[in-house]
Design a protein. Structure first.
Lengths: 100, 162
């Protein structure tokens, strides 16, 4: 059996890569996919903690995260498509209307 | 044996994550993300959570990534992210800041509680699912409301202005 610290380390690495992807990319679709990557890393950590602590609630939470992620992706992609209809470009730096 | 399998799967996962954030073409990124989600499903299988593994493949690698590919094909007429990056100097900060984040997460993982070995026997794969219909029945039902709200919201957003 693999010690849970391995899973947690992998989860930390994947989460960091996801956040770095959010920061360095300019295409909102790729940024969105990087967010999915980070969400999945969190799921992996939840499962690893569930396995370690012996409480099954981590698995339940992962199922909820999946359902919320499905809804989030649908709405998020619809928003990106709506933005593209208005601007005809896909660059996250153009979207500065709500920036302070 | 299990350790070797873990190392292989973890390498695939990290490499595909790097592919996602470094390749310019978003279609390649989406395919790399499919590989990444599949490798995490393989890890769930290794831990003995078959249902989670297949839910991961069906929901994430199946439904969500198909949605992403549809959006990419609708939105991207050609190559994306070409031309000079006006904020390049700022984006270079991502490397040290990402390293800091990784160190912080590693510290959290390293200095957590010191009890050696598992505290309790690992829960069975069914235990987490049974909770959905007992303790977490209300959140489970609310999930359906959330999905319905998401669907209605998408219809509203995708409607063309008359």
């Amino acid at each position: 059996v693999i010690p849970d610290i391995y899973y947690l380390t992998l989860s930390a690495v994947l989460f960091t890569l996801g956040i770095v992807g959010v920061v360095i990319r300019r295409n909102p679709l790729v940024i969105f996919m990087s967010i999915e990557l980070a969400l999945n890393a969190a799921n992996l950590a939840l499962v690893a903690f569930s396995q370690r602590s012996g409480s099954p609630e981590g698995q339940t939470l992962v199922l909820f995260v999946m359902a919320v992620a499905a809804a989030e992706v649908a709405v998020g992609l619809a928003i990106i498509v709506a933005i593209f209809r208005v601007r005809h470009r896909l660059n996250i730096d153009d979207l500065s209307l709500m920036r302070w | 044996m299990a350790l070797a399998a873990f190392v292989v799967i973890a390498t695939v996962a990290v490499a595909s994550a790097l592919g996602l954030i470094l390749r310019r073409n978003p279609v390649h990124g989406a395919l790399f993300l499919v590989v990444n989600l599949g490798s995490i499903a393989a890890l769930y299988l290794m831990m003995g959570y078959e249902f989670l593994a297949f839910a991961q493949i069906i929901v994430y690698a199946g439904a969500i990534m198909v949605l992403f590919l549809f959006a990419i094909f609708v939105l991207i007429p050609g190559k994306e992210e070409t031309g000079p990056d006006p904020l390049r100097t700022w984006r270079l900060l991502a490397a040290p800041l990402g390293a800091m984040l990784l160190v912080e997460l590693a510290l959290v993982v390293a200095v957590r509680r010191t009890a050696p070995g598992p505290l309790a026997p690992a829960p069975s794969a069914q235990a987490g699912l049974a909770l959905l219909f007992t303790d977490y029945l209300l959140p489970f039902e609310l999930t359906s409301v959330l999905l319905l709200a998401g669907m209605v919201g998408v219809l509203l957003l995708a409607r063309r202005r008359a």
